[in-house]
Design a protein around this ligand. Sequence first.
Ligand SMILES: O=P(O)(O)OC[C@H]1O[C@](O)(COP(=O)(O)O)[C@@H](O)[C@@H]1O
Ligand SMILES: [Mn+2]
Length: 643
Amino acid sequence: MDKRYLDLLAEKYDREEKVVTEIINYEAILNLPKGTEHFVSDLHGEYQAFQHVLRNGSGRVKEKIRDIFSGVIYEKEINELAALVYYPEEKLKLIKNSVENEQELNKWYKDSIERMIKLIAYSSSKYTRSKLRKALPEQFAYIIEELLYKTDEFANKEQYYSKIVQQIITLGQAEKLIIGLAYSTQRLVVDHLHVVGDIYDRGPEPDKIMEALINYHSVDVQWGNHDALWLGAFAGSKVCLANIIRICARYDNLDIIEDVYGINLRPLLNLADKYYEDNPAFRPKIHSDKKTSDHEKLQITKIHQAIAMIQFKLESPIIKRRPNFNMEGRLLLEKVDYEKSEITINGVTYPLEDTCFKTINPEKPDELLEEEAQVMDKLLFSVQHSEKLARHMNFLMKKGSLYLRYNGNLLIHGCIPLCEDGPMEKMEIEGKAYKGRELLDVFEQYLRNAFAHPEKTDDLATDMVWYLWTGEYSSLFGKREMTTFERYFIKDKASHKEKKNPYYSLREQEETCRRILEEFDLNPDNGHIINGHTPVKEIDGENPIKANGKMIVIDGGFSKAYQSKTGIAGYTLLYNSYGMQLVAHQHFNSKEDVLINGTDVLSVKRLVDKELERKKVKETNNGEELLQKVELLNRLMEYRYMK
Ligand SMILES: O=P(O)(O)OC[C@H]1O[C@](O)(COP(=O)(O)O)[C@@H](O)[C@@H]1O
Ligand SMILES: [Mn+2]
């Protein structure tokens, strides 16, 4: 090893004891049980439901409470304590309104603090003290530690502790402490969060999810096709931008664009007003809890048509300049017979309904009107200058990737494109054929490149981000083609079908999954593939655990629009030192329901894999890094101090 490197390291560890302490600390951590990983996916803007799963750690909080208090306190109190940990501020308010007098309130404070301290002690038992301290509210760390390391052996100590709690109450600090303890507990039950894609689109509050993730103690993201679409828009792809606005209009979420990210939609609205009328195919899907006036609905319907037509026009030049995308079949505007109002696709002629082709010149159907081009320029400028969007997109880039190898598992939103008979599908890019892991690495390089050059709007990298959204070999899309045009204008549902990549049937077989794990240099005996993207239709008997446990599909099903298809609110996954458990969630009603009735979302757990021996930190990715550090420190010790 280079001596200069060790000399440099010695500047940080300038005393023998510092090296020794660090080595002992790392060795201790390496032998602790591995922390709990929490996997979620397909959040689709459903912040409230996501919050709940995050705050209850997919049922982990309740489980810990039960471990300690079952048979000790009533079921009702268990539910109340759980609600207090999930939503401390709101629960405190409810309690204060319900108690008769101060004495009763103080008694409640005292009981709650004691219970929460027990819960923290239990939840932190597999962590070092230093890690626990980091999870505690700073201003109370000292006091909580005093309370935590209480032993009941000495009666006089008991008095000392109840004095501390008493003082906290008298000094008016009880609520702050309770709130702090609640958040510490949430943090302790889950060590690391994986978001396996699709934070954006369909639901109303993706921005709040982003804020929650930014503030989360430890997280990574595997981009979903919808996230790539947003990244693409920010990176300069106008067609991606048209898509995100179209989807927001379709789901009555334009306020995300306008109010949340501050993007001015006025120019688009003016254009929409000029060329479009009401049209049933473009009316927004309204959330039950949203009060959109008829006038607003009409405006949205017009915007929806304006932006959809711009999107179709923008697709055409990309398809033409990128023959390797193999998307000529999607040049649908050119296949339309504008006089007869029909279209012929793959030899079948369909009548077109609910059309809105006023801005189309049949001679040059993909030509944007000058006004349309201007609207897109303004929108792009606005998008790229939204500070909030920049913050969110930068975070997605920093914490995100197309796939992730983590603790022996492969995390990926969509798929690994496969041929019918099993081998990985090849795609040619700039004269070279790529497949499997190499193809995904190349996709990611292009996406990062597009993001680094937002000023370029039609280079290959930028076009490639759109390909990730909709191309046949995209690992995020996983279907042969996206039939958006057909879904708006053709009644015959047969034309709407989007054929899935063979991956989705082949992934049922263990052999396929083993092959994919090997392709990613992971051990197929222990590893799993963790997918999101496709709602698991539990209603039809579909099993989210496939291929003899090698494949786990956790599409969170948070998206309300899809819940009737799946029959369930969705799945999350937990992976702790004992193994992996899949958690099925019932539909999430509301926070109020949890707070007032104590009804938690019912979660049913299914064992995926059980570790024969409790897994330790040293067998994890983090552990590997720590082991390397220990090795380095040992070298430093020999070189510097053991002479
Ligand atoms: O339900 P909608 O809004 O019509 O969306 C359907 C479109 O969404 C997609 O399923 C992609 O979104 P997902 O990643 O959420 O599946 C497309 O394949 C399909 O064309
Ligand atoms: Mn998806």
